[in-house]
Design a protein around this ligand. Sequence first.
Ligand SMILES: CC(C)(COP(=O)(O)OP(=O)(O)OC[C@H]1O[C@@H](n2cnc3c(N)ncnc32)[C@H](O)[C@@H]1OP(=O)(O)O)[C@@H](O)C(=O)NCCC(=O)NCCS
Length: 196
Amino acid sequence: MAAVLDSVRAFFAQNAFTIDMENPGDVVARENLLDRTMGPGRRRKSSETLRRNRVPAEGLALVARDPDGHVIGTVRLWNVEAGVSRYGAPVPALLLGPLAVDDGHEGKGIGGALMRAAIGEAKTRGHGAVLLVGDAPYYERFGFFGEKAAHLVMPGPFERSRFLALELKENWLQGAAGMLTATGRKLMQAPMKRAA
Ligand SMILES: CC(C)(COP(=O)(O)OP(=O)(O)OC[C@H]1O[C@@H](n2cnc3c(N)ncnc32)[C@H](O)[C@@H]1OP(=O)(O)O)[C@@H](O)C(=O)NCCC(=O)NCCS
């Protein structure tokens, strides 16, 4: 019996992970994880133009950690305006991505846990909608569909069938049309040193 319990414990310990807020000490591990999982082309995506030199939305940079605290998954959300409403008012929303899970830990529910935590936190914080560019067969399970993003465009090339939205407040994106623009707080950059 003890041996059975030990093997059950070992199985769950091996699959254990926690979802946590990202902290500054996670940045290098997160960037290495994204390089490994998404490759060098990740910085050329249209989504990247909405993230570059911006800080993620408040409280919406999450990581998954293994039992030793190492980063094995990441997801971040970004403040954007999703075009304008039918009355011409900007429509605040979030852009999700990248979502990535370390190769060695795929298929354990970590991506799903990160998605559910991110969506729950976004809702708690009062956001109205989340947009993303990604594989519809994966993201549909979290409620993301192309319909609500049908009249919106990314600021650069994108595949329409991969441009998806989830409303956190009913009809938030109703009538929203136009291009996504970045509205997140800008990263503080160190001033350039002038040559003496
Ligand atoms: C996509 C990704 C985040 C999923 O993470 P994960 O922790 O393995 O996901 P989960 O364990 O929560 O879910 C696994 C399920 O999603 C499915 N899945 C994974 N990627 C998928 C995809 N691109 N399209 C459709 N289904 C997918 C798996 O087949 C599995 O299905 P099952 O539950 O029926 O067995 C991970 O594979 C990854 O980091 N990929 C590389 C980076 C990337 O492409 N990110 C953007 C995704 S568009």
